[in-house]
Design a protein around this ligand. Structure first.
Ligand code: ZN
Length: 99
């Protein structure tokens, strides 16, 4: 399928352009170490704002993310993922107000 080949080449170019921007992860807001090689969990991965599996366009908006964040997000929306990590943080670091 020639169309798919062309699409992936274009996608890769978009990804490289995004990588050069050195943006922090759009899912957890933490900086990304762009020197970490893929597929390390903390390495850079281009994340589709709208998941392709949910009807998103392959050339749709890409944002920088950690591979682990992108994997953890799965097919959820960015908002759903952010809600889920907010809950995780509360569980992991309970804020004590007893003092
Ligand atoms: Zn992240």
């Amino acid at each position: 399928m020639a169309r798919t080949d062309t699409g992936h080449r274009r996608h890769r170019r978009n990804r490289e352009r995004l990588k050069r921007l050195r943006e922090p992860c759009h899912l957890c807001d933490e900086p990304i170490d762009y020197s970490i090689p893929y597929p390390h969990p903390d390495s850079f991965e281009a994340d589709h704002v709208k998941p392709v599996s949910k009807g998103g366009y392959l050339f749709g908006e890409l944002r920088a993310s950690h591979k682990r964040c992108n994997t953890a997000r799965g097919n959820r929306s960015v908002d759903e993922y952010r809600d889920s990590i907010r809950v995780d943080c509360v569980d992991r670091f309970p804020t004590s107000r007893e003092w």
